[in-house]
Design a protein around this ligand. Sequence first.
Ligand SMILES: *Cc1c(COP(=O)(O)O)cnc(C)c1O
Length: 492
Amino acid sequence: MSLQADLDFTSTEVFEAVSSEAYVEHAAASLISSLPDDGLGLEHIKKHLINDIAPGFSGSSRCPTYYAYTTGGVTDAALFADWVASTYDQNVHVHLPRDTVATSVESTTLRLLQQLLSLDEVRFPGRIFTTGATASNVLGMALGREFIVAEAGRRKSPPIRTSVAELGVLEACFQAGVENIQVLATLPHSSLYKAASAVGIGRDSVIALPLSDDEPWRFDMDALAKHLASETASIISISAGEVSSGRFATNGEEMARIRTLADQHGAWVHIDGAFGLQALVLPHTEAYKALNEGVSSFHLADSIAGDAHKLLNVPYDCGFFFTRALDLQQKVFGNPAAAYLSTPGALSIPTPLNLGLENSRRFRALPVYASLVAYGRIWHCKLLERQIALARRIGSYILNSTVYELLPNNDIDQIYMVVLFRAHSESLNAQLVPLLNASREIRVSGLPWKGQQAARIAVGNWRVDVDRDFGVIVKALEAAAVAGSAPGSSFP
Ligand SMILES: *Cc1c(COP(=O)(O)O)cnc(C)c1O
């Protein structure tokens, strides 16, 4: 563990959201780009990494005021466990209970995670750590595809048995009489299109069914029912929450209706809960009513994608996937049985390499285990409450400001840990993101909302301090407003 002592600074926070460009340039210039015949040695590389390269890194995870992406940070317990995971370098591929406890740790951790999120472990026996929510969405689309094509075959007369996993998309769809697959969603995350492309459904098959211009993140339930009633085989993907606004696609009643419709039409229900799933830890109070509703009845889903490197604040890369259909999961992702035998009689924990994309797998469960056990349920709840409190305080500030406008609406009670806003003045708005980021104390991202440029603050770091961080953000908002209206500036 001597390297850890060298890197002790990793557990302290930094107050620069991004490094200065000079450091990044220096780091890039310092890279050794021709392979040395004789290695430069451990001492040399340690100094090189710490003195030359690390200063060129973004403060994204270590700085509490980095809001550009929902990156989260790394808790001290998770960091320690990540060192242990690297040091012992376990391959969590096959369940070998006499050789290593690694698969037991992973299995236990996934159940702890289900306890944190109140998702019944009996209802969701299929569970696996992935590289992130993108990979989890790929798993969801792959299982959905397997299910809906097989289901179309079962509903034929006479019924036939068919499987994409066995025959491939073309032949299985042909046998089942499936000419089209559609993924019905509202404002899906970009990774859902990637997942649809990767599993042979196609990006163009992802169809958004927004309720209205005012609430595009919610499902138009009538349109959903109509699309499901068509002959097309369907996966329903629920954005929880929507990545720009942090809003949720459904409420409990709509989830129940979606389940009924899906059962009627042989559809699969997937939830993309990369960061929104965390709302399941919140208490059921008036303040969180909209959020409680947004994640209500998620036990009715067939598959759920989540991220641990976001709100759980463990290092990259770590996502997770839950499904009610362990059998389908093994059918789609199983290796041919003979190649990877587990110890006989030890099948209570399914062998992980038959449950996801990877065969050899990093021990990414260990940081999650450490963080969950070190800090416990209440800490995770209080953390999200602090993140929401900061987001809502910024929301209120913007609501009362004459310079800025809160998006997508003025309802503070709907704000999760994402704040979307723009400047009233078009000229200020055009430069808003660079002006806000100018001091390097905060980092926000720009993204389009209803065809106009908007700015987004996503509060995801465990080091969040509501009073302190609110001050830093307001300072940046005020400075941007002043810069935008200064005489001689390009902002009249
Ligand atoms: C971040 C995110 C993803 C992708 O997750 P990665 O961990 O980056 O792969 C997918 N969906 C939503 C809603 C997200 O916020």
